[in-house]
Design a protein. Structure first.
Lengths: 502, 180, 334
């Protein structure tokens, strides 16, 4: 069979000892750098990319780069779980329940589940990639601006579930995030919006500044206000390894997350961003104990982590089959391909089968190495929590400053951390959780862009969102999700009124 | 930790005071941002549905945010977030506390540390900025002894030098122009 | 711990730090005498993200240039505001030749697109030379009827109200080319801006928009694989990697001549001696077979020897600033 032959060819390439070695180095480097606060996967890949430029063998360079990418993602999740500091939007979801688990002394579980979930998802998504890349890519191209708009609306509505508090405040946080996302040059007219003449703001507020501020700095301030918050966590750092029961409980979330992530990752216009959020929403909705979410639900880590990794994998599909990068990391990959003398596109599969299948096989090898490398390291990571907080938090602050500054060497982004740290703290004190804000911030530009684009193409006819079947379906789902989110609140409010009236 | 339910009851008895400071502050923050973005977006082309200007979407979202903010303020007086029997209590007292029990020391020092880095890294260079930032940040903790802070700062400066400059080979100016 | 113990530990730490500080001072100082240039690593600032076409071109020439100069050439990506953040920073860098700016056509459109620019492309920089001129291509979704540029012009003119032209954002190369293309065709169609080339081409391949103009770096594989229709290249000579495409002039649109030219710059106070050394390194790099091959893969080539000179780049820069200020009047980022 063709597929087996191809995978065989791929494995042959990926399993050459030097390629395994490069993959291992990539995974290790990626994890080590990705774990630094303030440096997310995109930054990690950008920083380490030049290492691969000097390689003579393109396959090795690309395999190492893929390793760096997976490592960086896992490193980012580790930071999110341990110190509540996500380096990219997807690990903001992991932070919600992952960090909560860490605070209950279950950091080991969270890290193990993240690693295992990612591995399973990575394995399955690699198979998806091998079997169905071209047809999936073609299907993804049916997604036009109207469909992306509807998808983003659905994602935003679903993200109300990220907050465990009031719906009004969660919605307001999303909208505030969207507004913050509009800062910067409008791509449609070139007008710099809300930039106060500050040139650094022309390309928008830096994601890392917002994430480090509203998550990291706010978390530090919170811990310093309540020293007991920390002691509880440190005292209980004992059980590292999840029990068989725990592992059994994550089968469902991992499977659902993998499915969602694999599908969303294929969409080049931003589907991967939604993967972890969508998985979280689904898990919370389908869970028998939705009240556990936000308080350390293991499904809230297993699902999104799997979804994210599956999406990371399938986001190679548009790149490898169409030459279209789905997100910034993929754009960096294009550069690496070109430097190696390969122009990514539809021909790579036929003209360089060894490279194509070797890369796919090495994705799986990379995931395997990641899990092998990191499971033993979990003990070490968790030990990090026993560092006295009086040393740990200045370290986080300092590393975050340098990390944020190092990209683009611009001190303005550090200034922005201070602003968002204060804002995040005030909002936290007001009972507003930061995850919806971050999602709004990431998806806001996609929402506006696709809305405007769809209306430009349809000549201002809004019915385009309802006449295109995919878009109409997604919007109907969004309406349903909004109803589901608001109904319990209304019902509860009526109960409250009733109780108070007595 | 006082039960939120009791706090609510206590403030409610004081007449027209909001029953939830948290909701009130959240609402005010949202309204402030909503109004600021809304007013600012009036300065840009609004355009039409067919050809939206730069101000269209921001104005729309600013109005929504202002509305939600007003909603939160109303909620603060009418039906604040309370916890129901059967639901778990908030994980600790720090979410939704409003401005009760705010300690200024950590806020001042952490923010000062960030500002110090942002304002001096170009002028002083990476090493002095790292040193100063970590020293200032260390003082955000209660009862930090100067010597201990110094140790932390020295350790972090060396550590960051090793990680970012030696290992990652980032091209960062180590000593800035202010130092010649 | 006793006081003296503390003190001695402090001293030891201080002693350990001292060599670090010296090393740092030595590294950041750089050479002072232009005759010794270069005795330290050279940093090339790229105003766009790592992995983009400009970054790729820079990294291609960085290696042979480094060999020629005998020091490392380090690429630093500083993104933002159509490249003006990087150019602004480069303008203020020490004028010792250790900070070099790579910039493309955007250097000449910035004064028109950004009226409040904090640097002057002509006065604040000395030019080193042109590097490459990347050709652009006119492409359309694959199910669009016209098969030649002439037919496309007719089609677009007939359907002026309904066709859509994609581009990668205000001020991007594909936007500039799109503006010229519309002028050459004598039409004004609905522009659909995207955030970068990737998503724009994705929607063109998916048939969501009708046509666009972009660099060969981004379009060659899409054209050869048949994912989009190619109509013409925007250079005076045909492009080797796309032998089937006529030049725009051959296909009837004389006015459509545009390339994404890349050049190297240093701050204006840089000594001439240093500029000469950088220029001769550039000349060597552009004759490197590896560079020629790699650029060939991207559908472009190094510029001729007489173009890789300060004078040629200055001339190009000045004439392009003039040209674009006319074409782009009315489109500003303000």
């Amino acid at each position: 069979m063709d597929l087996l032959d191809n995978l065989g060819l791929g494995l042959q390439t990926a399993l050459q000892w030097q390629n395994i070695l490069f993959c291992l180095i990539g995974v290790a480097l990626g994890t080590a750098v990705g774990v630094l606060p303030g440096i997310g996967p995109t930054a990690t890949v950008a920083m380490l990319l030049p290492i691969t430029f000097s390689f003579d063998e393109p396959v090795s360079a690309l395999i190492m780069l893929a390793g760096i990418y997976y490592g960086a993602q896992y490193g980012g999740s580790t930071t999110a779980i341990l110190i509540n500091l996500p380096g990219e939007s997807s690990s903001a979801v992991t932070a919600i329940d992952g960090h909560q688990m860490a605070r209950d002394g279950r950091a080991g579980h969270a890290l193990a589940v993240a690693a295992i979930g990612s591995f399973v998802a990575g394995t399955i998504a690699t198979l998806v990639l091998a079997v169905a890349a071209p047809p999936l890519a073609r299907a993804a191209l049916n997604f036009g601006p109207a469909e992306y708009f509807a998808l983003v609306v659905l994602g935003l509505i679903a993200s109300i579930t990220l907050a465990s508090g009031s719906t009004v405040k969660a919605l307001a946080m999303i909208v505030l995030g969207i507004l913050l996302g509009t800062v910067g040059q409008d791509i449609y007219t070139g007008t710099p919006r809300f930039t106060f003449g500050i040139r650094e703001l022309y390309s928008g507020i830096n994601f890392v500044s917002v994430a480090v501020g509203v998550f990291g700095v706010a978390e530090i301030l919170r811990n310093l206000h309540d020293p007991q918050r920390r002691t509880k966590m440190v005292d209980k750092v004992t059980n590292l390894w999840p029990s068989r029961e725990v592992l059994r409980s994550i089968v469902g979330p991992v499977a659902r997350g993998t499915g969602l992530g694999s599908v969303l990752g294929v969409l080049p216009g931003g589907g991967h961003v939604l993967a972890s959020y969508a998985s979280y929403a689904v898990e919370k909705r389908t869970s028998k104990h939705p009240e556990e979410f936000g308080r350390g639900a293991i499904a809230g880590v297993a699902g999104p982590e799997s979804a994210n990794n599956a999406a990371a994998q399938t986001s190679f599909i548009p790149l490898l089959t169409l030459g279209i990068p789905a997100h910034p990391v993929m754009a960096l990959m294009v550069g690496a391909f070109i430097i190696q003398g390969i122009t990514p596109g539809p021909e790579v599969m036929t003209s360089e089968p060894e490279l194509f299948w070797g890369l796919i096989a090495s994705m799986w090898v990379g995931n395997l190495l990641l899990v092998l490398l990191n499971l033993p390291l979990i003990g070490l990571w968790v030990r990090m929590l026993t560092v006295p907080y009086s040393v740990l938090f200045p370290t986080i602050v300092t590393l975050a400053c340098i990390g944020t500054y190092s990209l683009g060497q611009n001190a303005f982004h550090v200034l922005a951390i201070a602003f968002f740290g204060l804002l995040g703290f005030v909002l936290l004190r007001s009972g507003c959780e930061p995850a919806p804000l971050l999602l709004g911030f990431v998806l806001g530009p996609l929402l506006e862009e696709n809305l405007r684009r769809a209306l430009l193409i349809s000549k201002g006819d809004p019915s385009v969102f309802l006449t295109r079947p995919i878009s109409a379906t997604l919007l109907a789902l969004a309406a349903l999700a909004l109803l589901l989110a608001v109904l319990p609140t209304i019902r509860r409010k009526r109960e409250t009124v009733f109780v108070e009236g007595e | 930790m006082a039960s939120p339910q009791n706090e609510v009851d206590a403030t409610a008895r004081r007449g027209l005071r909001p029953r939830s400071d948290a909701d009130l502050i959240a609402g005010l923050v949202f309204v402030a941002f909503g109004v600021a973005f809304g007013v600012a977006s009036l300065g840009y082309t609004i355009g039409s549905l067919r050809e939206m200007g730069s101000g269209y979407a921001p104005l729309l979202f600013a109005l929504v945010l202002t509305g939600l903010g007003i909603g939160a303020i109303v909620k603060a007086y009418v039906s604040p977030d309370t916890h129901h029997p059967g639901e778990l209590p908030p994980e600790d007292g720090s979410v939704g506390l409003g401005f009760e029990r705010v300690h200024w020391r950590p806020i001042v020092f952490v923010v000062a540390a960030l500002l110090f880095f942002a304002l001096t890294v170009d002028g002083l260079g990476l090493l002095p900025a790292t040193f100063g930032t970590s020293a200032i940040a260390a003082f955000a903790g209660k009862g930090m002894a100067p010597f201990r802070a110094l140790l932390i700062a020295v350790g972090l400066t060396v550590g960051c030098y090793v990680v970012f400059v030696l290992l990652l080979q980032l091209r960062l100016p180590l000593l800035g122009e202010w130092l010649g | 711990m006793t006081t003296s113990g503390r003190k001695s530990r402090l001293l030891r730490l201080g002693a350990a730090l001292t060599p670090l500080c010296f090393m740092a001072a030595a590294c950041s100082g750089g050479g002072g005498d232009p005759a010794d240039f270069p005795d330290d690593n050279i940093e090339v600032i790229v105003p766009f993200s790592a992995g983009g076409p400009t970054d790729t071109v820079t990294r291609m020439i960085a290696e042979p240039m480094a060999e020629e100069l005998g020091v490392q050439v380090v690429v630093q990506n500083i993104e933002g505001a159509g490249g003006t953040v990087a150019a602004g920073e480069a303008a203020q860098a020490d004028a010792d030749g250790y900070t070099v700016l790579m910039h493309h056509i955007g250097m000449s459109t910035a004064p028109t697109l950004y009226p409040d620019l904090d640097f002057n492309p002509v006065e604040d920089f000395k030019t080193i030379g042109l590097v490459t001129e990347v050709p652009m291509t006119v492409i359309a979704r694959k199910d669009l009827e016209p098969t030649t540029l002439e037919e496309l012009t007719t089609y677009v003119t007939d359907n002026e109200d309904s066709v859509t032209l994609a581009h990668a954002g205000i001020g991007s190369a594909s936007h500039l080319c799109g503006v010229l293309l519309q002028q050459a065709m004598g039409v004004e169609v609905q522009e659909v801006p995207y955030d970068g080339t990737g998503p724009a081409i994705a929607d063109l391949v998916g048939g969501q928009v009708d046509f666009m103009c972009d660099q060969t770096t981004n379009t060659t594989t899409q054209i050869t694989s048949g994912a989009v229709k190619g109509y013409a290249v925007t250079t005076t000579e045909p492009v080797e990697s796309l032998p089937d495409l006529p030049t725009a002039a051959e296909a009837g649109l004389d006015e459509l001549e545009v390339t994404v030219w890349h050049g190297l710059y240093v701050p204006s106070d840089t000594p001439d001696e240093v500029v000469e050394k950088l220029n001769s390194a550039l000349q060597v790099a552009l004759k490197d077979q590896g560079v020629i091959d790699q650029m060939g893969d991207l559908g472009t080539a190094p510029v001729a020897e007489d173009q890789a000179t300060p004078d040629a780049l200055t001339q190009k820069l000045e004439s392009e600033i003039d040209a674009w200020s006319g074409v782009l009047s009315g489109i500003t980022a303000e």
